[in-house]
Ligand binder design. Sequence first.
Ligand code: APR
Length: 320
Amino acid sequence: MARNKIALVGAGMIGGTLAHLAAMKEMGDVVLFDIAEGMPAGKALDLSQAAPVEGFDSRLKGTTDYADIAGADVVIVTAGIPRKPGMSRDDLLGINLKVMKAVGEGIKANCPDAFVICITNPLDAMVWALREFSGLPHNKVVGMAGVLDSARFRHFLADEFNVSVEDVTAFVLGGHGDTMVPVLEYSTVAGIPVPDLIKMGWSTQEKMDAIVQRTRSGGGEIVALLGNGSAYYAPATSAIQMAESYLKDKKRVLPCAAYLEGQYGVDGLYVGVPIVIGAGGVERIVEIELDEAAKAGFQVSVDAVEELLAACKALDSSLA
Ligand code: APR
């Protein structure tokens, strides 16, 4: 049986971390594609030289030629520019939209059967544009946002409750970051919902509100600290979890930016919702009953995504 092939389009900070994780986990052979000459080949060579020490047999290749991603089973897209301090994700729109066009066409021509995970920001708009440009089925193109947002949330909750991160689950909906909607009723420690933990005196509503706010601006906090670029370890780990669920048909239930066709009252947009990822790609969209507050928060996300799509259509008439 041939090994899986994982193509990473964009070999920058997240791309390099993705390659390292995919190789260490022996998820398959890895191709690092970038427009920068030399750099993807350099990273692939460096990582290949870690293989004898770590004992992994993934083959790694760096390239600037789309032909090398031919036949990829999974494509993870980070191509584009990241945020600099003071920039919002939306500021990236114009530049990264052009990048999505080139990448979408490259995927369409070389690996139209792949499962595609988009990480490039502004996420909810870029994943939609990438799907449009690639022409792949909607169930094979998803955006990585919710796994990262909920990981940030879980980290802060575990810290506050002083328990293992493994026992904390978090439920988030909506757009990436600033407009994400954490649903505390479905966020738990070992199955105990957060509102019950507040009643039990483990924390206070005020502290929870502060954690929600810190999670929403979690990406910005890291951008400000790094001073030059945005987060890459946790984003890469999150996308790898999604890729593994597809390649191993694990059917994980993960919050991702998925294409909605009527669910949650939304039609024709990518928004963050819980989905089941298995060998069929997006196998199910999990639609839960929302209370009024969550509904209102979700609508803010949807409105923000709609505005971004309108901006994309104004910039590129082929999307209109
Ligand atoms: N095709 C392929 N690669 C491209 C293209 C293109 N058209 N345009 C830019 N790139 C490459 C750059 O050369 C760079 O190596 O994309 C890479 C991006 O890497 P970084 O600048 O290190 O950015 P990174 O931190 O990896 O983030 C990438 O993910 O989270 C989002 O906001 C983030 O949009 C950004 C993306």
